[in-house]
Design a binder for this molecule. Structure first.
Ligand code: CO8
Length: 256
């Protein structure tokens, strides 16, 4: 597929996707979702990529769903647009590898929802977060009402969505929506440094950790703990885990 909106680079086992529609602050249209859907399917079949980074070109991460495309929709088309977007963001959660949102600027509406579909968020000090759909007479449509309360708590989700306020990266950090705030000029360096650290671990621990935390949050504690014990013990049968422990004993770095 020829990508028109996504700029994709893959180096040192890290895939970086830059959403590029800067003239409309990277607003998400159907073409974006088609491309992302295709790319994520492609990524599932690859074992040479260990981390995915998503960012935006220009002054926005993503300023929301494309309002000009949405404005002409009737309920049926809006439902399809919403479900398609939800399924693409759900694929980010289901990927075996960690997905990092490098939030460089506005992350509003669908942009905040995209960032929340990623495993965690690192933001520039200049980033702004918000769910302003209410101002358009809408609710969030890419599972923002479901993810925000799970990530940042019930009160913060109700506050952000019912106020439609735009909040700073520091406020987003305080509410747990963002995990780290960086100077704008160091954002990508810091994200890539962290991505490299994760990508350097070639053991099965990384996908296991993602799956355990992602699946575990919807399970009763004991059921999640059993899953953890299974995954933990299965890793003892893997050469990479044996190498990890052997390397520690031999005071050297593991060879993965
Ligand atoms: N959709 C389409 N175009 C957009 C969007 C958008 N979400 N955001 C910005 N643009 C366009 C502007 O229209 C403008 O275009 P033009 O130059 O042709 O006039 C260009 O981008 C630059 O924007 P501004 O001039 O407005 O830039 P400012 O720096 O002055 O303002 C803001 C930046 C504050 C981010 C402002 O652009 C803004 O408020 N944007 C809209 C934010 C918003 O409401 N987002 C939520 C959208 S709704 C949504 O995401 C629902 C998701 C679920 C959908 C479910 C499917 C049914």
């Amino acid at each position: 597929m020829e990508y028109k909106i996504l700029k994709i680079s893959i180096t040192d086992r890290i895939a970086c996707v830059t959403i590029s529609r800067p003239a409309v602050l990277n607003a998400l249209n159907t073409e974006f979702f088609r491309e992302m859907d295709h790319f994520l399917h492609d990524l599932q079949g690859r074992d040479d990529v260990r981390v995915l980074v998503i960012t935006g070109e220009g002054k926005a991460f993503v300023a929301g769903a494309d309002i000009s495309e949405m404005s002409g929709m009737e309920p049926e088309a809006a439902f399809e647009f919403s479900r398609f977007g939800q399924s693409v963001f759900a694929q980010l959660e289901k990927l075996r590898i960690p997905v990092i949102a490098a939030v460089n600027g506005y992350a509003l509406g669908g942009g905040c929802e995209l960032a929340m579909g990623c495993d965690f968020r690192i933001a520039s000090k200049l980033a702004k977060f918000g769910q302003p759909e209410m101002n358009l007479g809408l609710t969030p449509g890419y599972a923002g009402t479901q993810r925000l309360s799970r990530i940042a708590g019930l009160g913060n989700a109700l506050y952000m969505i019912l106020s439609a306020d735009t909040i700073t990266a520091d406020d987003a950090f305080r509410m747990g929506l963002v995990q780290k705030v960086c100077e704008p000029e160091t954002l990508m360096d810091e994200v890539m440094k962290l991505a490299s650290k994760i990508a350097s671990n070639g053991s099965g621990a990384i996908p296991a950790i993602k799956r355990l935390i992602r699946d575990g949050i919807t399970l009763p504690f004991e059921d999640g703990s059993i899953l953890e014990a299974k995954a933990f013990s299965e890793l003892f049968g893997e050469p990479a885990t044996k190498e990890g422990m052997k390397a520690f004993m031999e005071k050297r770095k593991p060879e993965w």
